[in-house]
Design a protein around this ligand. Structure first.
Ligand SMILES: Cc1cc2nc3c(=O)[nH]c(=O)nc-3n(C[C@H](O)[C@H](O)[C@H](O)COP(=O)(O)OP(=O)(O)OC[C@H]3O[C@@H](n4cnc5c(N)ncnc54)[C@H](O)[C@@H]3O)c2cc1C
Length: 397
């Protein structure tokens, strides 16, 4: 069987449907959303009813059953027009739904995953704290034993969808001295639980349509029905979700790169200097060629990684050590390269726009601000390099 790389007719049709939706419902509101720094309620409501909050989730749990490849198509198309919409879906799906799909009991899947996949409930995922970012196993939010349940106390920060989410996957230390292996557990909390509240929301450089919230936990009482996976295995939950998140971040970067390249291409053909369209100058042509090379390579990488995730399936108990290591390395490579290539492409596209690229409100200026976070969240690129290097040193190329 030759190495084949093509989308099925159904996947192509899904891409066309998403593209039409995004052009009709998202593009018209993006500039105003960015300027007002507000969560795009109305377009998100429509996306929920289209099933876009459950794309990779099997149909038996309320999703569209289109796998990670379908999910990457969605994120690529969303991010071609707006990174905030893509990020809202990604925090919900890659981090929230994946945790429930891979580690939830049947009862937990019916209770939280199915409504999330149907778009009725919005999810968020919270591991970061003021004192633990890259060192994410060092969480100081405490899960103190209380009868057959726990009381959770601590402060979480930088939670995407934190303000709007109905439920949040929260990492807390059941035994801080054990660290990430054995000492961290994943809990599902619902908004409105006693002691659980939203604190400050950050003002940011970009992603103005997303909330980035502090969550305050003050002796929140949780029963055993809210523990995902086993007590002490929360770090496994987080790392599995982040592997999906890193591949999907690659898809969003791919969308952002294409939009920037397209903007640069048409601007360069219309902007005349020295009596010629600037696209006639070799310096500009080389920038455009470099963009096309990055986009081509990233497309292959993202969908290869997404297809591998689909091949592995959603049951971690069936994954071998090699499967896990390969998946984690590939996700880190995709995340790192995608975010850096996207930053380069968008920077060069802005350069091609000259002074106009620096003017507030142009699509390329917004893309530049929106893209910078991709080198930081879902694990900084320094941490991705640590992950890749450790695996290389452990089992070679
Ligand atoms: C807009 C936004 C949305 C976010 N969404 C979420 C979310 O939904 N849920 C969530 O839990 N978190 C979220 N985060 C948090 C994000 O994942 C963290 O900010 C990120 O992991 C980095 O942690 P930190 O900010 O504490 O930086 P630090 O860990 O303090 O890192 C500071 C610098 O030191 C470097 N560094 C640290 N350790 C090492 C090392 N061992 N080797 C080399 N370099 C190192 C880092 O790479 C970085 O350059 C979000 C953040 C932002 C800004």
């Amino acid at each position: 069987m030759p190495f084949e790389f093509s989308f099925t007719p159904d996947q192509d049709a899904f891409r066309q449907a998403v593209r039409a939706f995004v052009e009709a419902e998202v593009r018209p509101i993006v500039a105003a959303m960015d300027e007002s720094e507000t969560f795009p309620e109305s377009s998100i409501r429509k996306m929920r009813s289209e099933g876009y909050f459950g794309v990779p989730i099997p149909e038996e749990y309320g999703g569209l059953g289109l796998g990670k490849v379908g999910y990457c198509i969605l994120l690529e198309e969303l991010a071609r027009v707006d990174a905030s919409h893509a990020t809202i879906v990604a925090a919900h799906t890659s981090l929230g739904s994946t945790s429930l799909l891979c580690y939830g009991t049947e009862e937990q899947k019916q209770r939280w995953l199915a409504p999330a996949a149907r778009g009725e409930k919005l999810l968020a995922f919270s591991i970061t704290e003021p004192g633990s970012g890259s060192d994410s196993g060092a969480v100081s939010t405490v899960a103190e034993k209380d009868g057959d349940g726990w009381k959770l106390t601590g402060t979480k920060i930088y939670v995407t969808n934190g303000k709007e989410a109905d439920s949040v996957i929260v990492m807390a230390a059941n035994d801080a001295k054990l660290g990430p292996s054995g000492g961290v557990s994943a809990f599902v909390l619902d908004k409105g639980m006693a002691g659980f509240s939203v604190g400050r929301c950050e003002k940011k450089m970009g992603l103005h349509g997303t909330s980035t919230a502090e969550l305050i936990l003050d002796h929140v009482a949780v029963g055993p029905d809210r523990v995902l996976h086993q007590v002490g295995k929360g770090f496994h939950v987080a790392m599995t979700a982040l592997d999906v998140g890193r591949v999907s971040l690659g898809a969003a970067s791919l969308g952002g790169m294409q939009a920037a390249c397209q903007e640069a291409l048409s601007f360069s053909q219309n902007r005349t200097q020295f009596g010629l369209p600037i696209s006639e100058f070799e310096a500009i042509q080389f920038k455009l060629a470099d963009m096309a090379m990055g986009i081509h390579a990233l497309r292959l990488m993202v969908y290869h990684a997404a297809a591998n995730l689909d091949r592995l399936g959603n049951d971690p108990s069936k994954w071998s050590r090699l499967d896990r290591a390969t998946k984690t390395r590939e996700a880190a490579i995709v995340k790192c390269l995608a975010s850096e290539w996207a930053a380069d492409v968008i920077d060069e596209a802005l350069q091609i726009h000259g002074g106009l690229g620096y003017i507030r409100g142009t699509p390329i200026e917004r893309a530049y601000r929106d893209a910078r976070i991709s080198e930081i969240f879902e694990g900084t690129n320094e941490i991705q390099r640590v992950v890749i290097a450790r695996d290389l040193l452990g089992r070679g190329l």
